[in-house]
Design a protein around this ligand. Sequence first.
Ligand SMILES: Nc1ncnc2c1ncn2[C@@H]1O[C@H](COP(=O)(O)OP(=O)(O)OP(=O)(O)O)[C@@H](O)[C@H]1O
Length: 521
Amino acid sequence: MTPKDMFANLGSIITGLMFAWAMFQNYFPYQLRKNIEKYSQRVVRFVYPYIQIRFNELDGQRFFSRSDAYIAIQTYLSSSSSTQAKKLKADIAKNSKSLALSMDDHEEVEDEFQGVKLWWASGKDVSKSASFWNPEEKRYYLLTFHKRHRDLILGSYLDHVLKESKAMEVRKRQRKLYTNNGTNWSHVILKHPAKFETIAMDPEKKKEIMDDLIAFSKAEEFYERVGRAWKRGYLLYGPPGTGKSSMIAAMANLLGYDLYDLELTSVKNNTDLRKLLMEVPNKSIIVIEDIDCSLDLTGQRKKTNKKKEKDEAEEKKDPKQKPEKEEKDTEASQVTLSGLLNFIDGLWSASGGERLIVFTTNYVEKLDPALVRGGRMDKRIELSYCRFEAFKGLAKNYLQIESHPLFGRIRELLEEANMCPADVAEHLMPDPNSGDPKFSLERLIKGLEKAKEEARLKAEEEARLKAEEEARLKAEEEAKKIEQPTKEEAKKVEQPTKAVTENGEAKLLDARATENGKTSQ
Ligand SMILES: Nc1ncnc2c1ncn2[C@@H]1O[C@H](COP(=O)(O)OP(=O)(O)OP(=O)(O)O)[C@@H](O)[C@H]1O
């Protein structure tokens, strides 16, 4: 049979069916028709092994509003729609800057969940009696699956669809950066372009951090099962310019979380701190930068340098003012480390989840052990000076090269000189005139040689100062040793000593008297 014959046959079958349907509707009494429909549906249900669920676009409870389930399914299906559907619709989603694709009416896509296949179809009912309350077109999604998977689909799958769509929305949403001024948060759109791909560090270490973050974001069930609050603490430490702030922005961009940059020095007391933290929703990263500057070792807030200078100047002017000033300090320094940690560890954790708390410091050795103990800082990440692996990442980003004859020299120098990635990146800025990477690499080599020379001079200076200090201490000790016997002798002369007399009794004798007696004999 040729395709032409096939279409001709199909056409006559459809015409026949339509004719039969029209006859059925016109000549059969209504009651009989209803009964036939009812029983035929039962027969179909008996032989047809599939179940269908319909999700209407319009919410029956709220006039003119789209149902949340419909929107969630539309988001969920967007990626499979774009790969499977032949007709697509495109629109700009709320709070997003990118186009959202969804399948057009009467399209079907396939999905798979735990090895089970299911189908989503988009449909549209067109009403002849459209009115203001009854729109002409009513769209819906139809989910079809085999009846033996009913429990799985109605239980876990629909839950999975909702969660996944929420996660997709978060990923698409523009991220925000919140900062606190006293007890109020205000925000701007977070536009930091940092991504893990652009952060220069050892690739293995980078992968480990990314895996850790992704595992955390998917670990709701795990945290629930083991009875732990769904939060994770990170400590980022390393010298200035090694990428701590960039890494935080990359974390937010990777997970789609908002950033809450908590400025502790502008928070008056623990009550205000609690208020601020209570307002932080799920899927957030709370950042406390330079923790060593915000709280000192005793947990009391440090005075800022400016305030310190001002107080010292006042003290010089009027020393009597000192007690009053100290009282003021105590009043201003009420945010404590224990207050912060107790709140984060305590009930606050129970009020939500999926929150990361990131502390940064340039001086990890200065931190209070209470802050860095296990359970509080689940992961400590050291961001260090730029070594060759990190440099290769920067060279790829900045100069689009993966190798160059000058790489060998740079490798040697990076082992000998400590240069932070921010400075290496600065040297690697492409040359605007020639665009030849050689210029940037040579500039970096010069910079590294200079840094190496400076480090050598600094080390020499330090060694000289150390040697001088050692020599001074040695001289002091020698001087002490010379003084020591004279002092002991003086003691001997001044102190009465114990002596044993002939009959064995111990008597206190005046050393001087004995000496004198001896001399007179
Ligand atoms: N590891 C890195 N990879 C890529 N770029 C980096 C890296 N470290 C620093 N930079 C670049 O240097 C600039 C400064 O880095 P960043 O502010 O992240 O460092 P930091 O460690 O937070 O410094 P500080 O301790 O002074 O706040 C960034 O804008 C970034 O472009």
